[in-house]
Ligand binder design. Structure first.
Ligand code: ADP
Length: 491
């Protein structure tokens, strides 16, 4: 655990803690607030307005009005794109404040936030800003007496419900394509990490995004989240979170107004390391996969390289620094909250009791906050809990395999299909494995390579619909065909 005394903590100024509805920061109708906790200490960071059903109703009304009567869906794509570019510039101008907010609210590493999370967020905005004026339909010849054209129209009022793992990236992954399409929206950030979304609402206003286009309702899932997913006047839900909640959202959509749903859910992503891999590089990849949450939490290692890789990981583990997210030496920050911290520790205990071998870590660290040592288990078997359930924490499970076919079969034997990685020098094997794994993104000799133009989402119970890329823009558009008779057509 890094010593915090040398850390120059840049505490952010927490200015925005109210709901953002129709361009104004307002208290919740009930006047209720909830605590957001600083995971570095376990202490209260701020009290944030607790939105409920009535607040969601107001936010939906504002979004509906902005959609039905406001300028946003009516302006040209080029105009929307220009405003989105301005929004992106404002995000960049506030990068330090935003990275600091995610550090104290979510425990995200500050230097990672300034270098990756926040710049990637503004890049996503710019990607979709550039797409806003490239939305167009087709001309259809039909039969002799008719012709038709298609219009690509914004789907309407969108509800975005997001998790805590990437508060900034999630916000823009959802909001940016919906803005480009001309939709209006209500965002409900995770209750653990509401602060940066409120700051983004403030920046949206400074960028001159019209009132009612982006509304942010902070609050809890079963109240605010459920009110959005069951609302009769919300046209689409875009959700990222657990499979369990995804199911509830689909049910709520089905029994309300059959709103369109897209879900990006849990994963238990495999990373397959083949005998011919470079041990040092493979260890680095496995570690980087473990650091983030789409984590290659099931690492399948071929038997010829297994012992060498275990040794290398044990050596590298000595340099891992768990510490305050503001400490530039820290590679691992705290877990987001007590619940997540307890859940990870219980998974670690199950790994120990089910007979996996603990290579490194395996316990909490520090004398306050929610810090856990990065943990590696070896000799993990497919039936163990740590090999089956999503952990969302720094826990890596190493599993031995003999043949590529066996690795593919075991990698696929999960209810999830979010991501997968392969480490090998053999192009043919890499191609075979890529085509054989049922997952939404495959990384060959890399892990967690993302960009605005690269679609991302699940197979199987990891959900459906894609975030990012031009495919995500499609989620926020509907097609209307317009047919008209053509008389005396020469052809
Ligand atoms: P995690 O397990 O990663 O915290 P969840 O699926 O519980 O993920 O939460 C993701 C998001 O879904 C959060 O914003 C949370 O408030 C919201 N949520 C939780 N329960 C519901 C629900 N019943 N209806 C709608 N949203 C919900």
């Amino acid at each position: 655990m890094a010593d915090h005394s040398e850390t120059h903590v840049k505490m952010p100024n927490i200015k925005f803690t109210k709901l953002f509805i129709n361009g104004e920061f307002v208290d919740s109708i009930s006047g209720k607030t909830f605590e957001t906790i600083d995971p570095r200490t376990g202490e209260v960071l701020a009290r944030v307005a607790e939105g409920g059903k009535e607040d969601v109703d107001l936010a939906v009304k504002a979004a509906r009005n902005a959609f039905d009567h406001g300028p946003w869906p009516r302006m040209s794509g080029a105009q929307r794109g220009r405003i989105m570019m301005k929004f992106a510039d404002l995000v960049d101008q506030n990068v330090e404040e935003l990275a600091a907010l995610d550090a104290v609210d979510a425990g995200k590493l500050y230097h990672w936030g300034t270098m990756v999370d926040i710049p990637d967020s503004s890049a996503t905005l710019r990607y979709y800003a550039g797409a806003a004026d490239k939305i167009h339909g087709a001309t259809l010849k039909m039969s002799r007496e008719f012709q038709a054209y298609t219009l690509r129209e914004p789907i309407g009022v969108v509800g975005h419900i997001t998790p805590w793992n990437f508060p900034s990236n999630m916000f823009f992954t959802k909001v940016a394509p919906a803005l480009a399409a001309g939709c209006t929206m209500i965002v409900k950030p995770a209750e653990q990490t509401p602060l940066s979304a409120l700051y983004y609402a403030h920046l949206a206003k400074l960028a001159c995004i019209p009132d009612g286009v982006i509304n942010v309702v902070t609050g809890f899932g079963p109240t605010a989240g459920a009110a959005i997913s069951s609302h009769m006047d919300v046209d689409k839900i875009s959700f990222t979170g657990s499979t369990e909640v995804g199911r509830k959202i689909m049910q709520a959509a089905a029994v309300s107004n059959l709103k369109v749903v897209s879900l990006e859910l849990g994963g238990k992503s495999p990373l397959i390391i083949l005998d011919d891999a470079d041990v040092d590089k493979a260890a680095d990849l496995a570690i980087s996969a473990g650091e983030i949450c789409v984590a290659g939490s099931r690492v399948f290692v071929q038997e010829g390289i297994y012992d060498k890789l275990v040794k290398k990981l044990a050596e590298k583990a000595k340099d891992w620094v768990v510490g305050d997210p503001f400490d530039p030496r820290a590679r691992y920050g705290p877990q987001v909250d007590k619940r997540q911290y307890d859940k990870i520790l219980s998974h670690i205990e199950s790994g120990k009791s089910e007979g996996a071998t603990l290579l490194t870590g395996g316990k909490p660290c520090g004398n306050k906050g929610y810090y856990i040592e990065p943990t590696i288990f070896t000799e993990v078997k497919d039936h163990m809990r740590i090999a089956r359930e999503e952990i969302f924490g720094p826990v890596m499970s190493l599993m031995k395999f003999k043949t590529t076919e066996e690795a593919i079969q075991r990698a696929n034997s999960t209810i999830y299909g979010l991501a997968a990685g392969i480490v090998t020098k053999d192009l043919d094997t890499a191609n075979t494995v890529s085509r054989s794994i049922r997952a939404g993104i495959i990384w060959i000799n890399c892990y967690f390579a993302f960009d605005g133009d690269c679609p991302y989402g699940g197979y199987k119970m990891s959900g459906f619909g894609r975030d990012l890329g031009m495919e995500a823009l499609e989620k926020y558009l509907v097609t209307k065909s317009v047919a008209t008779p053509i008389y005396n057509s020469p052809w």
